[in-house]
Ligand binder design. Structure first.
Ligand code: DC
Length: 233
């Protein structure tokens, strides 16, 4: 059966804080596709584990967390006002809380756990089943949607990523030093790229987008052109 060109699945992977979600959101809006932020799903589980005292330093109570797993429901609800998919953890809107620095500091630990990844990958595949989706994360092109119609791998220089994250947190009124952010980014890069299951890595058929020196508009223009070429067939 011929693949429907108007029902594409687009995978956007890359390092943390390199603007993946901004561009993925913009592209989804432009194409009138759903945007799925898979990092938000790992963050929501991290928040759950923190709230249930299942994380102590770098130690996670794996047994209890696995027992709780069937009780953890993660979904996205489209907010008509903000026009974004907001993350829900068991019917509670956690879109703001999951972006806190204390959650960011623990999320890479949670994302190394096999039973967590299995649950979320299954859920992500379900969400992308019908196509018309832009999904961003670390393992979308390699593991979640290996047959995606378009795979983008995003990078930007570490300094630029830290500055962007710093600005983002300041806008939210969260105080964090640039030094602390650089440390968080370095630690997450290391954990994300070296973990045993589904490490962050460029898919062989992914197109690289280094956006260190590109504006949002330039990136979107470039991406839309690629999508249009695929749609033309
Ligand atoms: O994209 P983000 O920074 O919100 O992602 C949060 C963390 O979740 C990040 O440290 C890596 C992890 N993650 C992952 O392991 N796999 C994904 N598909 C998405 C995120």
């Amino acid at each position: 059966m011929e693949k429907r060109r108007d029902r594409l699945s687009i995978a956007i992977d890359g390092y943390s804080s390199c603007g993946k979600s901004t561009i993925a959101k913009d592209l989804a809006k432009k194409l009138n596709y759903a945007y799925i932020d898979t990092g938000a799903m790992y963050r929501a589980i991290t928040l759950y584990a923190m709230e249930h005292n299942l994380i102590n330093g770098n130690e996670i109570d794996l047994k209890t967390l696995e027992e709780h797993l069937p009780k953890i429901d993660i979904s996205f609800v489209f907010n008509r006002k903000t026009k974004i998919n907001e993350t829900y953890l068991n019917d509670r809107n956690v879109e703001g809380e999951i972006r806190r620095l204390d959650v960011s500091n623990k999320v890479s630990l949670i994302s190394t756990i096999d039973f967590i990844r299995n649950k979320l990958v299954e859920l992500q595949r379900k969400m992308a089943k019908e196509g018309r989706v832009v999904m961003d994360g670390r393992d979308i092109g390699t593991v979640v949607l290996p047959n995606a119609d378009l795979k983008i791998f995003m990078t930007a220089s570490p300094e630029i990523r830290a500055e962007r994250r710093h600005k983002e947190l300041l806008e939210k009124g969260e105080a964090a030093s640039l030094e602390e952010i650089v440390k968080n980014i370095d630690e997450r890069d290391l954990l994300d790229t070296t973990r045993k299951i589904s490490p962050l890595k460029q898919a062989d058929d992914a197109i690289v987008l280094d956006n260190s020196k590109l504006t949002k508009e330039e990136q979107l223009y470039w991406l839309v052109k690629i999508v249009e070429n695929i749609q033309k067939g």
